[in-house]
Design a protein around this ligand. Sequence first.
Ligand SMILES: Nc1nc2c(ncn2[C@@H]2O[C@H](COP(=O)(O)OP(=O)(O)OP(=O)(O)O)[C@@H](O)[C@H]2O)c(=O)[nH]1
Ligand SMILES: [Mg+2]
Length: 474
Amino acid sequence: MLKLTVKRNKEGEQVSADTIVAIATAPGEAGIGIVRICGKNALKIVDKIFIGKNNKKISENKPRFLTYGYVINPKDNKKIDEVLAVYMKSPYTYTKEDIVEINCHGGIVPVRKILEIVLENGARMAERGEFTKRAFLNGRIDLAQAEAVMDLISAKTNMSYEMSLNQLEGGLSNKIMEIRDKALKMLAHIEVSIDYPEDDIEEITYKELEKYAHEIYVEINKLIQSSETGKILREGIKTIILGKPNVGKSSLLNALLKENRAIVTNVPGTTRDVIEEYITIKGIPLKIIDTAGIRDTDDIVEKIGVDKAKELINSADLIIAVFDKSRELTKEDYDIIDLIKDKNCIVLINKTDLPEELDIQKVINNVGDKKIIESSIVQGEGINVLEKELVNMFFEGRIYTNNDIIINNLRHKNLLKEALLNIEDAMNSIKMNIPIDCLEVDIKQCWENLGRISGETITDDVIDKIFSEFCIGK
Ligand SMILES: Nc1nc2c(ncn2[C@@H]2O[C@H](COP(=O)(O)OP(=O)(O)OP(=O)(O)O)[C@@H](O)[C@H]2O)c(=O)[nH]1
Ligand SMILES: [Mg+2]
């Protein structure tokens, strides 16, 4: 009844026809560079181009032991580089196929020369992500784990790195498997009921199905909800610092970064362009954006900056609106109050070290129930309170651990949404006592959509698309 659409290789079987090669390290000057060869002829090829101490071949050393020697051009025995090479024997390798890695000097020339020699001697250039694709097709990891490899490599924040590591270790895959098992149990109940269509069995079956469907619904929904967090952990909380000129916006950026990134002067209109930086506060990544002070201006450059700042407001996760406590509220301040209405926003009243001119009550009356914090950035006061509030607004003091399963991949989120619709349809049918065999289609679709996340039920073209986004050599 339930079949896989992708052909995956059997345990221990090396079915890839070609032996592939790629430079596994990043281009540039480095201590070492690694050329990686994978497939059934890997050892044979390296035996032709590698010569160890006392003329020993790599195949004469034990697998997983480094062999010292030279890569040579077999045509004229000319040495190409002094290297360490290691042979990893199938199936205990990254791809489950034979792999040889050559550690050579890390400049662009040695790695390229070795790559060329390997190509001349029978390997072909690996496609993007082909090593990991083989690991998937050979059944060492599932698709969600393969995607985690790519996310791990491209992680920009500690949190997204940890999310990917958890996914690589099978956190998400196990959860998906649990939910799919429940769907399978539902299908089994339906089969029994169709085979023995007595009334009482059908009644029991409806109750059981309702229970399972509800559990599945709750679990899928929880995963979908986590994707908001996933996006933030991956890309950072997009935070815009907004305010009229000279209130201390750039000073705030510098204080949060703990470095003098933006120019700060007492001339209003100092910042004219948008300045973006990443910071991590209590493990939570923020993409923080300093903007030009909002005011009407005839200066063309400054005006573009002001317009850019206004544009950013709609795409922000959070706004920090800064006001100057040493000055009366002005028209510009009221414009800003207007701009932040209905937005996720913290109000910062800065320059508390100076004589007070601002009527805070006026601010409170106008901004509504937004959180208000006072600060003196030059004296380092209030920054801690602000940092705490920033994190609390998004995570309410929750610390994320490695055990939390967080969806951070759009493909997964979309499949979960489809699976949720399927189970909702099934739940509605159960409520309406629709004949039991009609439920089967929805539940099966739910099971299949979930299976697409781990790659159990997926087509070849989707797989090709996913791996084409990998880097070469992984
Ligand atoms: N006394 C006092 N001065 C401050 C404080 N914060 C910033 N300043 C000063 O206020 C002036 C303006 O600071 P900036 O950070 O450049 O202000 P800004 O909002 O980025 O200004 P624009 O880029 O022109 O929009 C500088 O002279 C800062 O040193 C504070 O808490 N107290
Ligand atoms: Mg500035």
